[in-house]
Design a binder for this molecule. Sequence first.
Ligand code: GLN
Ligand code: ZN
Length: 753
Amino acid sequence: MTTSIIGFPRIGEHRELKFATEHYWKKRATKEELLKTAQQLKAQRWDKQQKAGIDLIPVGDFSFFDTTLDAAYLFNVIPARYKQLGLSSLDEYFALARGYQSETESVKALPMKKWFNTNYHYIVPEFDDETDVKLTGSKLFDEINEAKKHGIQNPKAVIVGPYTLLKLSIFKGDKQPQDFASSLVNAYQDLLAKLNEQDVKWLQLDEPALSFDQSETDLALFTKIYESLLPAKKAVKVLLQTYFGDVRDSYQTLIKLPFDGIGLDLVATTENSKLIKENGFPTDKVLFAGVVNGKNIWRNHYVTTIETLKALNVKGEIVLSSSCSLQHVPYDASLETKLPKTVQQHLAFAYQKLDELVELDAIFQGHDQKVLAINNELFSTIKHPENSQVKSRIAQLTAADYTRLPERSKREQIQKQVFNLPELPTTTIGSFPQTKDVRQNRSKLRKGEITQAEYDAFNQAKIKRIIEFQEKIGVDVLVHGEYERNDMVEYFGEKLDGFVFTQNGWVQSYGTRGVKPPIIWGDVSRNEPITVDTTVFANKLTDRLVKGMLTGPVTIFNWSFPREDITPEQSVTQIALAIRDEVLDLEAHDIKIIQIDEPALRENLPLRKSDWYRAYLDWAVPAFRLVHSGVKPETQIHTHMCYSEFGDIIQAIDNLDADVISFEASRSDLSLIDQLVAANFQTEVGPGVYDIHSPRIPSVEELEEIINHIIAKLPAAKVWINPDCGLKTRSEKEAFDAVSNMVEATKKVRSSL
Ligand code: GLN
Ligand code: ZN
């Protein structure tokens, strides 16, 4: 046994699971039909792995929605309100994942959260004092049987480990995670007993929570759990699998506990290699070396990987594996036939990564030097399109390029005078509903059914209509509605040099939702205006202020597959310069307010706090400053973020040096307001006054109350009134009614000031 992977994509090469599941939800397919599709998909992924020559094939990594939810469900971590619905187990499972509504019942879904530092989202399991943790489900065991029947003789059972399950869950009652430790250990012991009966040789327990900073209490809990769990393993070997980061604080604990294997990510960081080299790796354990990157889409450079492996100096057994589950990359790079060969040959999606593991293994065993030569050749000829102009621009940057003048307080006075806006100015975040006709118009252009002129004319009519609407209800700062944008990153990527796009590079974002991230391939630059035409068109339709709308460099970078031959800092700086050109172009075209969205700024904070500034914020914040530092004092820069957890990085956000920031606040009881006051936050703020994620239309009275609550704490002169995010997912009626109520409530509050 020498090769394995941590997990495999499950949505289907052509997103078959998405369509089958959504059909089932809409009652257009039966349960049997859905199960059949699932069965075929499972069989297909097992076949692929087996044919590629992977020795130890994971089973249990398939899921109808999310594997963390699968684990919670298996162990009966199901709140009573879902059980009371009396649904079949499949429907109960979906109720947890996405809520349930019938004529008599209405239960919300469990919350969803970002999975570590990926763009995947997991369902947060909920424990309360009544939670009776025990092994009640059968998914894992059924899949083991299914795999064996399909000819997978030696499956590796895979499930989220007890420690990570506790760390990722929420606890609604008085009982705390440690209060569930012993019942959870019992449940996992029962699981081991069953796997023993099924004659399973390996169990992989995923414990990525070890990549976060660990306190003494954390480690004590971890140790307690595994000291009591591991004696129950009998013939089943237990692999403790980590990923996304390093185990600097738990390495000593891990090597002392009687695990049979330890899985470490050797790609995300060099820290794990260092730990092995400095402390040695026990000869009685198998090292599952995560050498093939599960988070990025580039080919593995074999020479470097083999060097890394050899330098570890591990005397015992090594199994080559992926750095994390391959679910974070698309299925098959060979389907991307529209990409130039010069690009395509450097891509490795999940299928290609299987082959890479097998080839690496052969080289590592000293068998196959031919593939090594081919791989070397590939890397020696790789040519990312370079742009010498961009390079020299970056080389010439000085501190002044990151500093906007005059200082913000002076700009604030100037802008108040120039704009002469009423107190509590109203605005929206940018997009208005992307109704069916808007999406159809775009798809017609893509299919060549209409001309560019026809396409533009349609969008212009939409812009005209939305400008009129905003004027009519009395919004102060208008937007053009973003009708031309499919996605806030793809839209910019398509217009910038340096990006390439896949046809089928879907990656699961959550449940049945996928994203198709752009790939950064060459040096990024802007060769022509991106948003100038549409913004200027909107601006000419009205005497009111129209705000330009851009996506910021950090978000564009975080939601793309990045290059690996240059640093993230270099890439982000290139994107920042391109967006800077657009900002200055908008300003030159008389656009006086420009919003630069950075919804992904916070979500990509490194897992460990000690890395936040050094490894991320120290270049992410300057990149944003570089985008806007060149504008005139009277040009107002806004930014937007889709969350309200500023807590630990509140100063970094203020340091972006924007003039105004809008953010999500309505769902967090506006608790952020107190933090802003405490931090003496200087940027003007637009705390979203209602939740756009819900179809509910807030009443005027309710909104008045929220606005009053905000200005009781913050000086009204620093407050803007807006929804908490873009309106593109709402129906027109919902958006129009809610925004009208928001403006009316603002007017009422204003008159009482
Ligand atoms: N301007 C974008 C919109 O309104 C912002 C989207 C976002 O924050 N994710 O849709
Ligand atoms: Zn948002």
